[in-house]
Design a binder for this molecule. Structure first.
Ligand code: ATP
Ligand code: MG
Length: 415
């Protein structure tokens, strides 16, 4: 019987050098931008109790009802691979007893897991960079969080996104709106798809989010939350917009934005691009004032967002993967000496490969294939004179120099 070929799980990809160099760039930008807004990085568990997400994200959401990798472990505990970061952040915030410590500004980056139908920009293991701001109640704080997200995208050099905002209301105004919406949806039921029918029962506001053309057509005159806001939500929503204007962050109001998770209220937003087809949302978030309390803490207003690393990656040009500055070629009986010279070159901060001695032809070929910028050739003459033969592979220029001069020349070319 032929051996079965081992492959990664569908929708779960390897991070190879070209991807990882972009991810690291994205992470570096995130760290810089978020630090400038006084956000601190946290690293939270990938495995969490399944109950955490059932209680926060919501039992009837797509995530909890069908996408979680949840299982019983050997000790009979129900655990799962985290599908998102906010619930775990709130759990950690409560567990660390930080509710009296003043506002907390956190960000995180790491893998999330959802058993979705894999497509371009939709994976089963993907990475999110997220931020959470606990203890933020004012509309102006929403505006600053959105401005931070905008700065993150701008600094990355991703320019082709638009910011869409909406208000999801609160426990005061949403119930009446929900009724009005349901009445409308009942009247259009025949025109709506199967998924919409299910959502009418579980989470009617998500019907507004349906991607099916005919459904969208039927929803043209659907009542909108923004026209049913209570006074508090109305003030908050206009405060957010004044803040965004003051900060010069461009936005459009899209009354159809709803989030797939239950815990959001008031501000909801998405940064969307047209360049990734149906998976166009690169960064999304909102306010979740009730979540801390519903997980057992004191009432604590909060807002957060998460960006999909793989979607950001697709919008960025390729970056250079690591190429060595120097390849060291050892001729004759100089391998030991060449190893020492390679080590010294690394100590001054250069990236160096050793070509292993033996045939000169093979070693030069290797230096070339690895894309080294310089070759340092060490024969017995060089060893005895304590010199290096330095060749610039770009210009072909070659000369015998001291170690220090070699370093100066290599560094001059590598900046
Ligand atoms: P979508 O509407 O695209 O399914 P979502 O509302 O489920 O997104 P969130 O839970 O808000 O997404 O996650 C925030 C961001 O994380 C998304 O905007 C997206 O960029 C990214 N993301 C979410 N799910 C996936 C996935 N399966 N694969 C890759 N990226 C994802
Ligand atoms: Mg989703």
């Amino acid at each position: 019987m032929a051996k079965q070929k081992l492959q990664s799980i569908r929708g779960i990809h390897d991070g190879l050098p070209t991807q990882v160099s972009k991810w690291r760039y994205i992470e570096d930008v995130a760290r810089d931008v978020f630090a400038s807004y006084a956000f601190s990085e946290v690293r939270l568990p990938i495995l969490e109790p399944t109950a955490l997400f059932v209680r926060s994200v919501g039992e009837k959401t797509d995530i909890v009802s069908k996408e979680m990798y949840a299982f019983e472990d050997q000790g009979g505990d129900n655990i799962c691979l985290r599908p998102e970061g906010t619930a775990g952040a709130v759990r950690a915030y409560l567990q660390a007893g930080l509710t009296r410590a003043g506002a907390q500004r956190w960000f995180y980056m790491g893998p999330m897991f959802r058993r979705e139908r894999p497509q371009k920009g939709r994976l089963r293991q993907f990475q999110q960079i997220g931020a959470e701001f606990f203890g933020a109640s004012a509309a102006i704080e929403d505006a600053e969080v959105l401005a931070m997200a905008q700065r993150f995208l701008d600094t990355l050099g991703i320019e082709q996104t638009r910011l869409e905002i909406n208000s999801l209301g609160c426990t005061t105004c949403r119930p009446a709106y929900r009724e009005a919406l349901l009445t409308f949806l009942q009247s259009k039921k025949e025109a709506l798809c199967e998924t919409c029918h299910e959502r009418m029962d579980s989470n009617p506001m998500r019907v507004l989010d349906c991607k099916v053309q005919t459904c969208q057509a039927a929803l043209t005159d659907a009542p909108e939350m923004v026209n049913h806001l209570c006074e508090g939500c109305e003030t908050h929503f206009s405060g957010l917009q004044s803040g965004l204007k003051a900060l010069n962050v461009k936005y459009i109001i899209n009354p159809r934005i709803v989030r797939g998770l239950d815990y959001y209220n008031r501000t909801a937003f998405e940064f969307i691009t047209d360049q990734l087809g149906a998976q166009g949302t690169v960064l999304a978030g909102g306010r979740y004032d009730g979540l801390v309390e519903s997980l057992g803490g004191p009432a604590t207003p909060a807002i957060g967002f998460a960006a999909g690393m793989e979607r950001l990656e697709m919008l960025l040009p390729d970056r250079e993967t690591h190429q060595p500055d120097v390849a060291v070629v050892a001729l004759g009986d100089t391998v030991g000496y060449a190893l020492q010279q390679a080590a010294k070159l690394r100590q001054v901060g250069l990236s160096v490969i050793h070509c292993g001695g033996g045939s000169a032809k093979r070693q030069f070929k290797m230096a070339d294939r690895e894309g080294a910028r310089f070759v340092v050739t060490l024969g017995e003459d060089e060893m005895n004179e304590d010199k290096l033969m330095l060749k610039n592979l770009g210009s072909g220029e070659q000369l015998k120099v001291s170690f220090d001069e070699a370093v100066t020349r290599i560094q001059a070319h590598s900046v």
